[in-house]
Design a binder for this molecule. Structure first.
Ligand SMILES: NC(=O)C1=CN([C@@H]2O[C@H](COP(=O)(O)OP(=O)(O)OC[C@H]3O[C@@H](n4cnc5c(N)ncnc54)[C@H](OP(=O)(O)O)[C@@H]3O)[C@@H](O)[C@H]2O)C=CC1
Ligand SMILES: O=C(CO)COP(=O)(O)O
Length: 334
């Protein structure tokens, strides 16, 4: 057992899953805002709302009191959606000890500021090392005991290696990477491409179409990621291509699900109203478009998705457009 105390913040699908993984290696306290979730985790070792059918480790303790999860923690792991990240981190700030590293699990950008979650950590908790744990990691599949691999990224290689030991297990292989920006953006930007793939799949597109969307999607994600300071090889790794493949092809993906529902001609408002889990791609799309524009990067697939999300056009309309567009060189946008 590792002697670091870990505080995981957020009792949804991924926060609960990561807390369960870490509980094999170190003492963990999971903070959830919902007292029913806390009771269920502590008494029945389940979180049926977010992880139906999964049994959580008996040693995983949950709390409704954020100071209980934070004040003795040597590492804080943030697993709340991007639009709530800052406000929850401000609650963490009231209890966190000096220099404790903060790891984001969140794959989104903050609305209006367009900031990445590690940038928010730097703003709210200056001096605390900030990193991300990311990769092709669908929560329910990991809880079902399927092997997976992820990446832990942080500027400081010594802390990064210590954290690798906190998260890794026989079923969860964790690689280190020092490219925080690239790893973080890989996880964020693939979500909008997964919506595009969901729209295609919902309209009955074939395997060739899906492969073309994923490949061209990865090309535009890489262009923006590199323009924002990420390293190109990161986008060919687990945080980039790996997560892109998992999210774009899995029936478990919430982002792909949004695309499938859009393909039925439903409005975004309707779809979101009946989802209780987060689909970060839809929330982050305006920020992605703003960043693409400010960096002078063309993202034809993402901008088509954005036009569907805003109701300017529909899935069928952009699909027809895709077939009409003439192709140039593979190294160029379009
Ligand atoms: N699920 C997955 O497979 C993976 C998800 N991720 C990323 O992890 C992040 C979290 O996603 P995920 O766990 O799936 O989301 P879910 O929708 O499953 O759960 C969201 C959780 O956040 C909590 N929450 C929301 N707002 C607040 C708030 N203001 N204060 C406190 N808690 C809040 C919810 O609490 P309540 O129940 O009370 O509403 C819930 O516990 C996302 O950015 C996602 O992209 C990354 C990898 C895999
Ligand atoms: O990021 C994920 C898998 O790596 C989860 O994707 P969804 O949010 O689309 O379910």
């Amino acid at each position: 057992m590792n002697d670091l105390n870990i505080g995981v913040i957020g009792g949804g699908s991924w926060g609960t899953t990561v807390a369960s993984l870490v509980a094999r290696n170190a003492p963990v306290t999971l903070w959830a805002r919902n007292p029913d979730t806390v009771r269920e985790v502590n008494e029945r070792h389940t979180n049926e709302t977010y992880l139906p059918g999964a049994t959580l480790p008996a040693g995983l303790r949950a709390t409704n009191d954020i100071s209980d999860a934070v004040c003795n923690a040597d590492v804080i792991v943030m697993g709340v959606p991007s639009q709530n990240f800052r406000s929850v981190l401000e609650q963490v700030r009231d209890h966190i000890r000096a220099w404790v590293p903060v790891i984001s699990l969140t794959k989104g950008l903050e609305k209006d500021t367009n900031l990445r979650m590690t940038q928010i950590i730097n703003e709210v908790l200056p001096g605390h090392p900030a990193g991300v744990l990311t990769g092709p990691n669908l929560a329910r599949e990991i809880m079902a005991g399927q092997a997976a691999a992820g990446v832990i990224a942080m500027d400081d290689p010594v802390i990064n290696q210590a954290l690798q030991n906190v998260f890794k297990s026989g079923l969860f292989r964790v690689y280190t990477n020092e490219d925080v920006i690239g790893c973080e953006l890989g996880g964020v930007l693939k979500n909008i491409i997964a919506i595009a793939v969901g729209m295609g799949d919902g309209l009955g597109a074939g395997d060739n179409t899906r492969a073309a969307l994923i490949t061209r999607g990865l090309a535009e994600v890489t262009r923006l990621g590199v323009a924002m300071g990420g390293q190109a090889p990161t986008f060919a790794g687990l945080a980039g291509m790996g997560d892109m493949i998992a999210t774009c092809t899995s029936t478990q993906s919430r982002n792909r699900h949004v695309g499938m529902e859009l393909a039925k001609g439903r409005s975004m408002e309707d779809i979101v109203n009946e989802m209780f889990m987060v689909a970060e791609g839809a929330k982050s799309a305006p920020a992605v478009m703003a960043l693409a524009e400010s960096h002078g990067v063309e993202m034809p697939i993402a901008s088509d998705v954005y036009r569907v999300l805003t109701g300017e056009t529909n899935a069928r309309g952009v699909y027809r457009g895709l077939l009409r567009v003439s192709a140039g060189a593979e190294s160029e946008p379009g």
